[in-house]
Design a protein around this ligand. Structure first.
Ligand code: ADP
Ligand code: MG
Length: 338
């Protein structure tokens, strides 16, 4: 007999590596609601992300990698706020009971949940339309920050430097690799690196926590640096100029993407899940120290100025670029089914 909803919850979510205890957690999966006791002097930080088959992930995605990615992209929002993860909830809508898929997905989630001390505490499990419905995965993460210490998009000041963590564009290049047979002669190692950038973006939680005391504004890069830095300047009512020669890109990205397309893809590709943040010059020395302790690379790519809008520079000259990040309902980027 195929498993029903409650069997699925019990076997793949409730009684697994995912449902571990946490300090504030009083009651986890199994009742009508989970219960937790917030720490005094902390604020709750909540975010939700939905991943839709064919839009955010390929139909034939490895379920373990998909589980990792689903939670990592959500944790990235907590990182951008400087929050520490508390726990998460999960809603899944599935066209069929595929135990191999469920097992892999649950394992992938558990790896990331454990590594980030973020247990699963509840959710919902439903069937989708058997013919038209693909899988839909919806995760809500809950985190905490000391009162008044959350980083937002709105605090950038004229004169601040603009930084980005890690390298950008790798995930977009990884997606290209996943979609097409043309590997452009990349080494196995380079291919692996780009696949990892897509499926296992680094958790930037520790960096986000460190930035609470240092940065003036932050965002995680999900739609592409151009679009996401655009959100910072809009919320902060400032402008920014970015030196495109300084954009941190990897050797694997260079091997995959022809030179003339690199800037556009690095700025517009999206799915990087790195942090873009602004910081007053007086904090930059402390930032360098903290990042070297954490083993995180950050690169100064530009500065905040008074003139509204984003300006791109290359070798000191202004560069005209028309980059739009990914917007649902607007662009034609679909992973499958045209
Ligand atoms: P209710 O009908 O009261 O909303 P459900 O029958 O949907 O509860 O779920 C039973 C329990 O299992 C609840 O504690 C719920 O949070 C949990 N649950 C359901 N689906 C999931 C899931 N995908 N992941 C984690 N917990 C889940
Ligand atoms: Mg109920």
């Amino acid at each position: 007999m195929p498993l029903n909803e409650f069997d699925i919850i019990s076997k793949y979510f409730a009684n697994t590596e995912l449902a571990f205890g946490a300090k504030e957690l009083v009651l986890g999966i199994g009742d009508d609601c989970a219960i937790f006791t917030p720490e005094p002097n902390e604020q709750l930080v909540v975010s939700m992300d939905m991943l839709v088959e064919g839009v955010h992930f390929l139909e034939n995605s490895d379920p373990t990698l998909l589980g990792q990615r689903s939670l990592l992209v959500n944790l990235s929002d907590l990182a951008a706020m400087g929050a520490r993860p508390l726990f998460f909830t999960l809603a899944v809508s599935l066209p069929e009971v595929d135990e191999r898929w469920l097992e892999g997905f649950s394992k992938g989630l558990a790896t990331v949940a454990r590594a980030n001390s973020c247990p699963l505490v509840g959710g919902d499990t439903t069937s989708s339309h058997p013919k038209r419905g693909g899988r839909t995965l919806c995760i809500q993460v809950h985190g905490a920050v000391p009162k008044g210490k959350a980083l937002t998009r709105g605090g950038a000041q004229v004169g601040d430097s603009v930084y980005v963590s890690g390298t950008i564009g790798d995930s977009a290049a990884g997606l290209q690799l996943l979609q097409g047979p043309d590997t452009r002669g990349l080494s196995d190692q380079q291919q692996e690196f780009l696949h990892c950038a897509f499926y296992q973006p680094e958790s930037r939680i520790s960096l986000g926590i460190a930035l609470r005391e240092l940065a003036s504004a932050a965002i995680d890069i999900s739609d592409g640096l151009a679009s996401d830095l655009g959100h910072i300047i809009a919320s902060s009512r400032v402008g920014a100029s970015v030196d495109t020669d300084r954009l941190p890109i990897s050797e694997a990205f260079k091997a995959m993407v022809p030179e003339e397309a690199r800037t556009e893809i690095a700025l517009g590709g999206g799915d990087d899940y790195e942090l873009c943040f602004t910081i007053a010059p007086r904090h930059e020395e402390a930032l360098r120290k903290r990042c070297s302790q954490l083993g995180v690379t950050v690169t100064r790519i530009g500065q905040i100025d008074l003139e509204p809008g984003l300006r791109w520079k290359k070798q000191g000259e202004e560069l005209k670029l028309d980059i739009k990040g990914y917007r649902h309902f607007e662009a034609a980027r679909r992973l499958v089914n045209g």
